[in-house]
Design a protein around this ligand. Structure first.
Ligand code: GLU
Length: 477
């Protein structure tokens, strides 16, 4: 159902390049918004980062645009009353809400030092209890507080978690979730150096920016009860959350560089197509009714549904990504593909044959390097022969090459050439066509032979067949 009031968001902390793991979160949120004709918002959670964070953010914008996951609202696309979209620029807004919580008596300064907290944790662990802030500075007297402040101690600000309650929410992916507040220690919403904490800024900004749905990784699930409490305390409306299963690598461990993750930049440099990445990721932890078919981005959105998000860890398999890459190449239009094949192909393939080349070679290309290899095979004189090709070439008699060269001289078409070779050697079927393919291309795989003959540069073909003839009679490979 269209529902333009739906607003989702991607809220990365720009501490590195976008990679398969975090871009899936962006994709799911973008697809959910587009599915309903809603809004996809982008926010930079950069309270904790330095200048280099800014560079990562610029890179991230570029990567999202490359993937076609443009944001409807966010940096450069302001909506009155919602910006700024960099948390580092929202200090005044945060100050306002800290003051509100202070006024309501729902937060308090905590003077616990790192050392003190460490000791508490140690004692709790030793007693077999989960480590949790025990409320040491929750109820100190006003005098005590004044005294510590006068000493120049810099407190953090903690949220007073209400006692004896149960927080219940319906997770879009995981169903009903329940958390007891007695198991949640009072948590920090402003650090001693004055910077705001994730719980606070993330929840507050979602509410102030009108976000209605948040899809994010399961690792954030236990943050949600805290964020719901905070929003309730500030009198703000909470979004609906959905926590998606994490992506794991081929070894079952969380996806990382070590077990198969790659940055979007690396994938782009390798020649992956953006919508291959999208098709792959849209099926990691989410499935489509017609699972097998490649989809343009709009169709990925059309078929997206939160009730098709899975709870089991999603396994990233590089072979699957490669499969979608092949599909994306097959689905691309000629002009786009020509550009993708790159300058070397443009240089080697004569302009009048380029379009035909692109059409024929797309089936045999997963990456631009494959297209380059075919451009060399079809338009550059000699080429290395594969072992299998040499074997085919050694399996026929010298008459084969004689007839083949003659046929090429006469500019024979595929049928004529086949017939001439059959007459000269008595070979037919695979026994005839494999050596022919090997002699013309140096390989035993590739496009239809008719297409090869159509495309191949005549001089190049003759040089190749001469090369094959020499291999045919040579003692050693
Ligand atoms: N900045 C957080 C992160 O990158 C956002 C988490 C969320 O989606 O709520 O993990």
């Amino acid at each position: 159902m269209p529902n333009p009031t739906i607003k989702t968001r991607f809220a990365p902390s720009p501490t590195g390049y976008l990679h398969l793991g975090n871009v899936r979160t962006a994709l799911f949120n973008a697809l959910l918004a587009r599915r309903h004709g809603g809004t996809f918002l982008l926010r930079s959670e950069d309270t904790d980062t330095t200048r280099s964070g800014y560079e990562y953010f610029e890179a991230l914008l570029e990567d999202l645009e490359w993937l076609g996951l443009d944001w409807d609202e966010g940096p450069g696309r302001e909506q009155a009353g919602h910006g700024p979209y960099h948390q580092s620029e929202r200090g005044d807004i945060y100050a306002h809400y800290y003051a509100l919580l202070e006024e309501k008596g729902l937060v308090y300064p905590c003077f616990a030092t790192e050392q003190e907290l460490k000791m508490i944790r140690k004692a709790q662990l030793a007693a077999g209890q989960p480590p949790r802030y025990p409320g040491t500075y929750r109820d100190i007297s006003d005098e005590e507080r004044e005294r510590l402040l006068a000493e120049g101690r810099k407190p953090t600000l903690r949220f007073r978690v209400p006692e004896g309650r149960e927080i219940v929410f319906d997770d879009l992916v995981q169903g009903e979730k329940r958390f007891r507040t007695d198991e949640i220690g009072d948590f920090i919403i402003r650090r001693a150096d004055g910077t705001p904490s994730f719980f606070f800024t993330n929840a507050l900004d979602d509410a102030l920016m009108g976000v209605t749905h948040v899809l994010r990784g399961e690792d954030h699930l236990t943050n949600t009860p805290r964020q719901l409490l905070l929003l309730e305390a500030m009198g703000l409306e909470a979004p609906t959350y959905g926590h998606t299963a994490l992506i794991v690598g081929d070894d079952g461990a969380p996806l990382s560089k070590r077990n198969g993750s790659a940055s979007i930049r690396e994938l782009r440099e390798q020649g992956f197509m953006p919508n291959a990445v999208n098709n792959h990721l849209a099926r990691l932890g989410h499935h489509y009714e017609d699972e097998g078919s490649y989809k343009p981005l709009a169709a990925l959105a059309e078929g997206f549904a939160v009730d098709r998000l899975g709870r089991a860890p999603a396994r990233h398999d590089a072979e699957h990504l490669r499969h979608w890459q092949k599909e994306a190449v097959l689905a691309s239009d000629t002009a786009r593909l020509e550009e993708w094949m790159g300058e070397r192909v443009a240089h080697l393939v004569p302009a009048d044959r380029r379009e035909r080349f692109v059409e024929v070679i797309r089936e045999n290309s997963v990456f631009p390097a494959d297209a380059e290899a075919w451009a060399e095979i079809l338009f550059v004189g000699e080429t290395p022969f594969s072992e299998a090709a040499v074997e085919e070439i050694r399996g026929v008699s010298p008459e084969f090459f004689h007839a083949l060269l003659e046929g090429l001289e006469e500019d024979a078409g595929f049928r004529e050439l086949g017939a001439a070779l059959k007459d000269a050697t008595g070979l037919k079927g695979r026994k005839l066509f494999m050596p022919l393919r090997a002699a013309l291309t140096g390989r035993t795989d590739g496009p239809q032979l008719g297409d090869v003959l159509d495309l191949v540069d005549a001089e190049c073909a003759r040089a190749r067949v001469q090369q094959a003839r020499r291999l045919n009679t040579a003692e050693d490979a």
